[in-house]
Design a protein around this ligand. Structure first.
Ligand code: SF4
Length: 415
């Protein structure tokens, strides 16, 4: 490689052996490449972002974040700098789940157990809240959190701790199958937002992502949420191919459902049960590539409507539209209102005039193919563990806790 091609020095993992290596982002003209130099496996070059213009926007937004406060964390012997102020904290109630998705980053399955006690969960929430800021959301997750017997007490405790917003992440099975469950949640917690695992209504796409056709389950869960008037975000894992080609149809169809306040798109990452060498880094589009697809497929999405989140530019991109005004873009005015002091919430729709905001976000997690230490320093989504560690979620899924409870997949393979 010529010195003139070098852009930014970074650090990353060798995707073959998991060694910690120097790395560079390289501007190749029309795209951005990522070059990892491993002393054992040589130079490995991957496309980091095929939409060079979008990468430039992310880099400009990241440059404005220089004052961000970080702290040191050592995981599997590697020193990382991580954000001091999480924007969202994930609380896992259990590892158990009533589905076994082929792409589960938590590796959950039926019978996995590990139900945490209410007392432990309350202690974890208190710890997380003490290290959060006013705009931090709590994301109640699993496994499948609706299987936990104390779910409603956990939600109540979360509200009493005054997180900015409380989000329940669910596969929708209990919401679809238990008559009155969604209505009870709405009665007890009127502001609760459900992140409903959704992906697609196409059986083929669902089978590719989840290992089975869940379209009827999705439809029933969405019906129960709409009938109960529970705020909902549809969470769609996106893979390359058919899933990407059809994602615009999902956005157009469900953006007009009044209780659906947003759609989060998550390009598939090689992590958890999906840690599989065959699909590798090409299994999902880059953020910029996905945004170009949305501009092509969704009538109301125009170039520049979806931008890097000012507090998390590398991993979260988002846009807002006004449903009460023919889906006119409101991204810029919303940012102007909330950006000072990085108070922009990560996912919740902020109160903004009398507008009916609809949100599209693209959320990318790091895996062993795209980990960059410059990104981990501003990673916004954390997990709180039973041992009271607060760690970036994607680093936790790669490395486990500082004591090395869960080893990174590439390190496991190297042993
Ligand atoms: S992705 Fe969610 S629903 Fe699927 S197995 Fe994992 S925890 Fe369960």
């Amino acid at each position: 490689m010529q010195q003139s091609e070098l852009q930014n020095l970074d650090f990353a993992l060798c995707e073959v052996c998991g060694a910690y290596c120097t790395a560079y982002t390289v501007d190749s003209g029309s795209r951005i490449d990522f070059c990892v130099s491993c002393t054992s496996h040589g130079e490995i070059v991957r496309i980091l972002e095929s939409n060079r213009d979008y990468f430039t926007m992310q880099a400009a937004a990241a440059a404005r974040l220089e004052s961000i406060e970080t702290r040191a964390v050592t995981l599997s012997g590697i020193d990382f700098r991580v954000n001091r102020s999480p924007k969202a904290v994930v609380l896992e109630l259990t590892d158990d789940c009533d589905l076994t998705c082929s792409t589960c980053i938590a590796g959950s399955f039926s019978g996995a157990g590990n139900y945490k006690s209410l007392a432990d969960l309350q202690e974890m929430m208190k710890f997380a809240r003490a290290q959060s800021e006013a705009s931090t959301s709590l994301m109640i997750s699993g496994g499948e959190p609706t299987m936990h017997p104390d779910l409603e007490q956990v939600i109540e405790s979360a509200y009493s701790l005054e997180f900015h917003s409380v989000i329940l992440i669910s596969n929708g099975k209990r919401l679809a199958e238990e008559n009155g469950f969604a209505r009870r949640l709405k009665r007890s917690f009127p502001d609760l937002e459900i992140f409903l695992q959704f992906d697609s209504m196409n059986p083929d796409v669902l089978t590719e992502i989840r290992g089975t056709d869940l379209s009827l389950l999705r439809a029933s869960a969405l019906h129960a949420l709409a009938e109960a008037e529970l705020f909902t975000t549809l969470v769609c894992v996106v893979t390359s191919g058919q899933s990407t080609r059809e994602i615009g149809g999902v956005i157009e169809e469900f953006s007009v459902v009044p209780t659906v306040r947003g759609i989060n798109l998550q390009p598939l990452r090689v992590s958890g049960r999906h840690d599989n060498d065959e699909l590798g880094v090409d299994c999902a589009p880059s953020t910029g590539e996905l945004l170009l697809e949305l501009e092509r497929q969704v009538q109301f999405v125009k170039s520049g409507d979806i931008i890097p989140h000012p507090g998390s530019p590398w991993t979260v991109s988002f846009g807002y539209w006004d449903r009460s005004n023919n889906f006119a873009s409101l991204t810029e005015p919303v940012i102007r209102e909330f950006d000072p002091g990085h108070s922009m919430p990560l996912f919740a729709n902020p109160t903004f005039g009398g507008h009916d905001l609809f949100r599209v976000a693209v959320v990318t997690y790091l895996d062993r193919f795209c980990l960059r230490t410059s990104v981990t320093a501003v990673d916004p989504i954390f997990i709180v563990t039973k041992n009271l560690h607060l760690l970036p979620l994607d680093l936790y899924y790669m490395f486990g806790e500082p004591q090395g409870v869960r080893l990174a997949a590439p390190l496991r393979r190297a042993q």
